[in-house]
Write a protein that binds this ligand. Structure first.
Ligand code: CTP
Length: 476
């Protein structure tokens, strides 16, 4: 299609196409594709002609067929990664239409973007020909999701303030579709109050975000939070949104079960370590995050075993729930549940228990309060992460921290021998313990990334989407 453009056709044919397009609600370009498809004997119907697998790529997965992404590339160094993002999306069977800002074209050329996307990118608000072909209103609406990657501080500011001064901004203002931003900028720009204010506004407007990650920036000597999420993380966020909203696409989608055939063992809740038959050592964990992960993993098609300490939550549907009291019981139940592809250790296990068993209730007497001798509990996460055989392919710990969250979590990752750590701030100000929201950092061998504050269900879905990507062969 790259060389057969509507503007090269005769006026008469263009007129007819325009009428067809107006009647069907499709673009003129799509009408051309449909006519060609109808003329080819091996293309049975119109719906199939919407899918454009990348040349030489495998057949797209059914769940991704015919889904349309409008990718807006704004001008930052990370724009080079959008080429890989387009490639990854097309490999999965998505149609990708691209809008580039003027600044984006300083970093990557429309020619290279067009070669990978299979279609010339749109660049000008007042380009008579592209307006004629598609128009910014149709560009804004004729997709299942709009992704802005990289999203610079500038485009975020323009979005937050409702500008429409170029094609990208006009599309973002005119759309009735969900927008996913992958911010990318210098750490100082990211932490600037104005950017954070704009981010808050955009989130309140319903805009979704993925990243930015912390780490080395493409500009030499710069580090901190502001690195664009990796293309596969952006793909995971796109797939998560589309899986959660099957109705946004024109066709009904089959259930999205990327973890089908996988067994996931999850620990959740506190443990209760008896002092005597009526008293125990415990903590404030509600179990909500671990239970949310169990639900999300089961929704993604996994077989789930949830080993839970004492909590006030019902068993999640479709999940094998094993209730335990103590850390030692929890370890036994986890071992019994192996083998598993993934172990997720979200429980707030009590670090200590009292030495020995006290079978009678401790009584107050003249000798004063009893002295409790504490011994250390087994570390379930470290034990499983260091197994020589039957170690799950992916071992994920949690880190409950009240200060220096990322720093302590990185040390914990090493100490415990796990692959990932989900670190959360459990200080009183953090509000994670017992609350419904959670702001976490994901620590992997590749570095740390901060996820935006979201519901515990949101964290669970994002984690499950990442696990699906990791198990499907992407780097951890
Ligand atoms: N964990 C575990 N068994 C233990 C203690 C902790 O499996 N006996 C797991 C938790 O489920 C979590 C991770 O280890 O995934 C970290 O737990 P956390 O309480 O943050 O760390 P601790 O090991 O207790 O270290 P510290 O008290 O020094 O923060």
């Amino acid at each position: 299609m790259g060389s057969l453009t509507v503007r090269n056709l005769s006026e008469e044919i263009k007129k007819r196409l325009r009428l067809r397009a107006a009647a069907s609600g499709r673009s003129m370009e799509e009408e051309v594709r449909l006519l060609l498809a109808e003329g080819a004997a091996d293309v049975p119907d119109r719906a199939q002609s919407r899918a454009r697998p990348a040349p030489g790529s495998a057949k797209p997965p059914a769940a991704a067929a015919a889904r349309q992404i409008l990718l807006i590339v704004s001008g930052g160094i990370a724009a080079y990664k959008s080429l890989d993002l387009i490639r990854r999306l097309r490999e999965r069977g998505y149609e990708v239409r691209v809008v580039m800002t003027k600044a984006a074209q300083e970093f990557v050329t429309p020619l290279s973007v067009g070669a990978i996307a299979g279609e010339k990118p749109f660049t000008d608000l007042f380009d008579q020909h592209s307006e004629f072909d598609v128009g910014h209103i149709r560009l804004a609406r004729d997709n299942d999701l709009i992704v802005v990657a990289p999203a610079t501080a500038d485009i975020m500011a323009r979005m937050a303030n409702g500008h429409a001064d170029d094609l990208a901004a006009a599309v973002l203002l005119a759309t009735n579709k969900k927008i996913l931003l992958a911010p990318a900028m210098n750490p100082a720009m990211w932490s600037n109050k104005a950017t954070q204010r704009n981010l808050k506004t955009l989130i309140a407007d319903g805009v979704l975000t993925v990243g930015p990650n912390a780490g080395e920036m493409a500009e030499s000597g710069e580090a901190g939070s502001g690195r664009m999420a990796e293309p596969l993380e952006i793909v995971a966020a796109i797939e998560k949104y589309l899986a959660d909203h099957p109705s946004v696409a024109g066709t009904a989608e089959p259930a999205h079960t990327p973890l089908a055939g996988k067994h996931i063992v999850i620990t959740a809740g506190p443990t209760h370590e008896p002092i005597d038959p009526v008293r125990y050592i415990a903590n404030r964990s509600s179990g909500k995050q671990g239970y949310a992960i169990a639900r999300a993993a089961a929704d993604a098609g996994a077989k789930v075993t949830l080993v839970s300490g004492p909590v006030a939550l019902p068993d999640p549907p479709g999940v094998k729930t094993v209730r335990v009291q103590t850390a030692r019981d929890m370890l036994v139940a986890v071992q019994a549940a192996l083998p598993a592809s993934v172990g997720i250790f979200a429980a707030a296990v009590a670090d200590w228990r009292t030495a020995g068993d006290v079978v009678q209730k401790l009584k107050k007497d003249a000798s004063g309060p009893p002295r409790l001798e504490l011994v250390e509990n087994p570390d379930i996460l470290a034990f499983i992460a260091k197994l020589k055989t039957r170690r799950p392919q992916l071992v994920i710990g949690f880190a409950a921290e009240t200060e220096k969250v990322v720093e302590h979590a990185k040390a914990k990752l090493k100490r415990k021998g796990c692959d990932w750590i989900v670190a959360n701030d459990v200080s009183a100000e953090g509000g994670a313990m017992g609350g419904d929201d959670n702001a976490v950092h994901l620590i992997t061998a590749g570095g740390a990334e901060s996820w935006p504050s979201q519901s515990k269900d949101g964290v669970a879905r994002q984690l499950v989407a990442r696990i699906a990507v990791a198990l499907n062969g992407a780097p951890r």
